[in-house]
Design a binder for this molecule. Structure first.
Ligand code: PGA
Length: 258
């Protein structure tokens, strides 16, 4: 982290877990345990049907609610889909875009790019996910692959909009597997992502963009990961379903930075 130049964000990604009633119960419990200091931004990205309950439960707190996906179109004949402006109206602040689980369901780099633009046009914060497979890591092409994903996701995103974007580096082999990237491995790629942003935009923008790590981040490894200069927070799946663990990760964001 480097709190002098950029925001720290601890964001939960609930995936397809918890009903609206469970959402209400969980967040009421979380509210009672939430650290009082304001050392990081906090978000819960939840299933679409849980958004109203989450927004209601977190009203008048500093916790932002997010969606896990949205459609790139503003409206129309897209049965079952949800547009960014609907998420705004429901009280969302964030949208996860291009999670590897959605890419595995067929979402392409072009789809991710269109969604990033739709989310920014709605004035929401996209949490853009990128990450390599184990095979790509073993082939030694991690950084090229991620640079390609970033360039493609941000294609056509202007300097006035890029400041809102959050990037999440999530190695696919670390998601939900209990295999976390080591702090050095995660830092290396987050630093490379910042270099890509520097090339695409400029040094000032690169210094200010928030880059998260995601992939089996938990209450035990969060402190070490967040101690790295280019890791500005976490996108947390499994451990965000447990209020105590999630609180501990938030507390790990309260450490001295250089
Ligand atoms: P995990 O998920 O923390 O359960 O590995 C992270 C994610 O997929 O965002």
């Amino acid at each position: 982290m480097n709190r002098k130049y950029r925001k720290t964000l601890i964001a939960g990604n609930w995936k397809m877990n918890k009903t609206p009633s469970e959402t209400k119960q969980f967040l009421m419990e979380f509210k009672g345990m939430m650290p009082k200091g304001r050392w990081c931004d906090i978000a819960f990205c939840v299933p679409a049907v849980c958004i109203p309950a989450a927004v209601r439960a977190m009203r008048e707190t500093r916790v932002g609610i997010g969606a896990e996906n949205c459609n790139a179109n503003a409206s129309g004949a897209y049965t079952g889909e949800i547009a960014a402006n609907m998420l705004v109206d429901a009280g969302c602040k964030y949208v996860i875009v291009g999670h590897s689980e959605r890419r595995a369901m067929g979402e392409t780099d072009a789809d991710v790019n269109a969604k990033v633009k739709a989310v920014l046009d709605a004035d929401l914060v996209p949490i853009v996910c990128v990450g390599e497979s184990l095979e790509q890591r073993e082939l030694g092409i991690t950084e090229e692959w991620i640079a390609m994903q970033i360039k493609s996701a941000l294609n056509g995103v202007g300097e006035n909009k890029i400041k809102k974007v959050v990037i999440a580096y999530e190695p696919i082999w670390a998601i939900g597997t209990g295999k976390t990237a080591t702090p050095d491995q995660a830092e290396e790629v987050c630093c490379a992502i910042r270099a890509v942003i520097r090339k695409l935009y400029d040094a000032k923008i690169a210094r200010a963009i928030t880059i998260l790590y995601g992939g089996s981040m938990n209450e035990k490894n969060a402190f070490e990961l967040l101690a790295k200069l280019d890791i500005d927070g976490g996108l947390i799946g499994g451990a965000s379903l447990d209020a105590e663990k999630f609180v501990k990760i938030i507390e790990a964001a309260n450490q001295p930075t250089t």
